[in-house]
Design a protein around this ligand. Structure first.
Ligand code: HEM
Length: 465
């Protein structure tokens, strides 16, 4: 059983503690184990952990940064529940520092008073079940636009690029939540898409500056490595300033109300939470970062699994078509209650294809014990939820796509998204858990329901050759 955290160790004893943790051979000077992390880190890390790990733990030296990889449900439970208070921080990153106004947003902010405040704003003001419901007409409208494009292609038997359509769809839904009706003016929704992609390139990779913080302290290196991030941040700043300004200049009577967008809400709680202009911009920007790609990847994989499993597509179509009154033009959110197979289908997709397979890295703030191993403070932690969700110790036929396991009577029937089952963590768990679950699931379900209600899907013949 894990014991309580103790005060941080000195550098020497920290190194001593690290040297006792299970770690793979092949560590090189300077880069450490970085060369072992391939193009699909969750896959290579699973294999390395199976070979060299112990008790679900494996220590890698990624550059100068000790990184603990967690690959068992018990160790994940220790990090996200029993010792959540120790592991709820984020490591310093020069890139997120620049992109997110001193990392003052909810996702990249280090643990502390400011993070509590901005996370609370996200969970109690921006992403509540009620707020998410208030955007249903906007979602249905965006779904309508996608359906029109597909209908047009279908009428001439043309293949559609679903990846592109669904990516734009996810981005537009979030643009609408952030800036309401203004999001389409002057093509601002497309600028959001472009900037979110630029951010992903900077954050998503294994960044040199993150692994060699000492390098960043040298002025020249910092200038070189961070120039791109500054450029991208400048463009975000111009766009967000313009939108916030447009909101401020609207009469107060138009700002409140049921369908108020994130900018309206943040402006209205600005004084209560002592938010600066930069805090507001950081928070708006992170919604794109955390919400767009993740939702889009989830949605795209649902369609992949539908096309791979025609029998299951027929079953899902039957459920949706039964539930929608005859002659209705499109499925609306009222029709979705009780669609248990749809719900299970999405859950099973997020099991096999977690959009954030290693979560967002956690960071320990004190020494503490996990499974009899002492983890020193200042350790970065990756939880391999992709590996946990395919581990035969926890799942029957783990590689098989079987939504039924999440249905009544199935082996995972009681598993939900809230991080209570440590073999199933697509949205993580504990203090750092994703606050966007309702938002994401609503977006995915309404789009999928309509895609299967209106169309039969198959891959174009040339893609099968
Ligand atoms: C299928 C879609 C999504 C998935 C799979 C997902 C998953 C995750 C994961 C794994 C984390 C990291 C948790 C951790 O560090 O332990 C996270 C954090 C976060 N997500 Fe999501 N997310 C999704 C959609 C969204 C949406 C739509 C929004 C907002 C509109 C959102 C907002 C956030 C925020 C603000 C955080 C940071 C929380 C923190 O650090 O305390 N997410 N999400």
């Amino acid at each position: 059983t894990p014991s309580t955290a103790t005060a941080p160790a000195s550098a020497a004893s920290r190194e001593q503690l690290l040297s006792r943790l299970p770690s793979p051979p092949g560590r090189l000077p300077v880069i450490g184990h970085l060369h072992l992390v391939g193009a699909l880190p969750h896959v290579t890390l699973r294999d390395l952990a199976a070979r060299h790990g112990r008790d679900g733990l494996l220590l890698l030296r990624l550059g100068a940064l000790p990184t603990l990889v967690v690959s068992s449900a018990k160790a994940a439970q220790a990090v996200l529940r029993t010792q959540d208070h120790v592991f709820a921080s984020r490591a310093y990153s020069a890139v997120t520092d620049i992109l997110f106004y001193g990392a003052t947003d909810a996702a990249f902010c280090a643990y502390g008073e400011h993070w509590w405040q901005v996370k609370k704003i996200a969970t109690t003001h921006l992403l509540t079940a009620r707020k998410v419901r208030s955007y249903r007409h906007a979602r249905e409208q965006e779904v309508g636009l996608v359906l029109a494009k597909i209908r047009e292609a279908a009428s001439t038997h043309e293949a559609v690029n679903l990846t592109e359509l669904l990516h734009v769809f996810s981005n537009d839904i979030i643009s609408h939540a952030v800036s309401g009706k203004l999001c389409r003016e002057e093509g601002q929704n497309m600028v959001f898409l472009e900037l979110a992609e630029a951010n992903s390139c900077l954050i998503g990779g294994f960044n040199l500056e993150d692994y060699f913080p000492a390098l960043v302290k040298l002025g020249i290196v910092k200038r070189m490595l961070c120039a791109k991030a500054r450029k991208v941040n400048k463009r975000w700043d111009e766009l967000l300033e313009k939108l916030i300004h447009a909101h401020e200049s609207r009469p107060a009577s138009e700002r409140g109300g049921e369908e108020s967008d994130f900018i309206d809400v943040l402006l209205s709680v600005q004084d209560e939470y002592n938010l600066t202009r930069d805090h507001i911009k950081a928070q708006l920007e992170v919604m794109f970062q955390a919400g767009t790609d993740t939702s889009f990847v989830g949605l795209e994989y649902v369609m992949v699994e539908l096309m791979r499993n025609p029998r299951l597509m027929t079953k899902l179509q039957a459920e949706v078509r039964m539930a929608v009154p005859k002659g209705k033009e499109m499925v609306t959110e009222d029709d979705l209650t009780g669609l248990t197979y749809l719900r299970a289908f999405v859950k099973e997709t997020l099991r096999l294809h977690a959009p954030a397979p290693l979560l967002v890295p956690h960071f320990s703030m004190a020494d503490c014990d996990i499974e009899g191993h002492t983890i020193p403070s200042g350790t970065r932690v990756l939880i391999n939820v992709w590996a946990l969700a395919r581990d035969p110790r926890y799942w029957e036929n783990p590689e098989e796509f079987m939504p039924e396991r999440f249905m009544e009577g199935g082996s995972a029937a009681t598993m939900g998204y809230r991080g209570n089952d440590f073999a199933y963590l697509p949205f993580s768990g504990g203090r750092r858990m994703c606050p966007g679950i309702n938002f994401a699931v609503a977006l995915i379900e309404i789009m999928v329901a309509n895609l299967v209600y209106h169309f039969n899907w198959e891959l174009p013949p040339e893609s099968l050759e």
